[in-house]
Design a protein around this ligand. Sequence first.
Ligand code: PMP
Length: 446
Amino acid sequence: LPSIRSLSESIQVNKLTVIEAYSLLEADGLIHARQGSGYFVNRTVTSGFTKRSNFAPAQEVIISEGEGSFFHQYTSSIQARRQQNIIDFSSGFPSASSSNYLQKIAKRALTKTGDNVFKEDFPQGQLVLRELIAQMLVQPGLEVSPEEIIITSGSQQALSLAMQYYLQKGDWVIVETPTYHGALGILENLGAKVIGIPMTAEGMNLELLEQYLKSHRPKLIYTISTLHNPTGITTSQEHRQALLGLAQQYECPILEDNAYEGLNFEPVPAPIKALDRDNWVTYISTFSKTLMPGLRVGYMVVTGEHRQPLVKQKLLNDLHVSTVSQAIVSELLASGHYRRHLSRLRTSNLQNCNVMLQALERYFPDAIAWTIPKGGLFLWTHLPNHLPIQAICRDALSEHVLVANGAAFFPGGGYPAMRLNFCHTPEDIEQGIKILGRILKNYLTP
Ligand code: PMP
């Protein structure tokens, strides 16, 4: 793009107007800034979800168990992942490349903790871990006390406890479309009725949200505010403020899922919970995306009168999280290893993400659009509407490439899409994307 100065001179407008126009284009995901070199067009994103979803209607859905259910998808993808020689772009977790180093720390943690690790524990979780998490949360911008933290078995349990607490069978609940399919699985099980509000480049469409808050009086808003799964969108600061304002106005609590906390390549706004003065927001996160999903350590931040009933629900659910897992996470946090690990992880994720972006440029046909991630673990690809996504995923699997079918992330059907995890070796990325590109070309060529 022409420089701000030359553009303002050639069309004779104020420089500030051009700056504002460029910022709007950037917010819409159409261009990006490269420090020192100016603005560049995001060729791959221009036909992507951000534009189309602005015009997509909201969906009202009662989700039902079946082939597309979270249960079916989860179990079948675990089965597929265990096969030999699979390039697994479908997983929602980091690669196991740091497992040796984490194993050493795990051993050290168990030696240090002594006998306590063999005893039962408090339902809310170990105090030392809650204190360390409270300290860690200062960085993303949350000031909470250890009493306001509940350690959960992954953030999946946190989601489940909070959704059970806020929702009854038949209640309306707002989700973003697309959204995390594991949350849809819980809502299906609870018999909740889902309203899907389309994502825009700024976060969920607030005009539609307000309409539905007025007309349906939902009991909960579920949002993945930072590095949204699956689109990667981070809800902007203004949107966060406005979303909380609407929640308060219509007395509808927010469940803020920040599972990808700490995995941002660029600065992100503080969580919505940081703006919450009257306990409208329950915040959840996890160590699954930064350490190991198998540890099953997540947590929720619950304030005010909601805390005690949720601690009780946690007790009734599974007494408490494994003491072994809690001891390992405590050791990582207390020793400073976690901070260093996170910084290395971000660097390697960014490198792998760039390798995947280059491979996509090389092998994917022009008709496919994809996002340029600002962190997290995935990029989101958008296929032309006529492409049979299920057959494409099946063909990929027959060539040992596993991808997440985008259909899983829509409560009531969406556009054909794939979610691709970029946490892989450059060789696997190159090989896997080459295979996918060939399959896609076959479907696009008459
Ligand atoms: N929330 C989001 C947005 C997720 O993507 C996931 C995992 N894919 C979870 C929650 C659950 O993860 P875990 O239970 O392992 O913490």
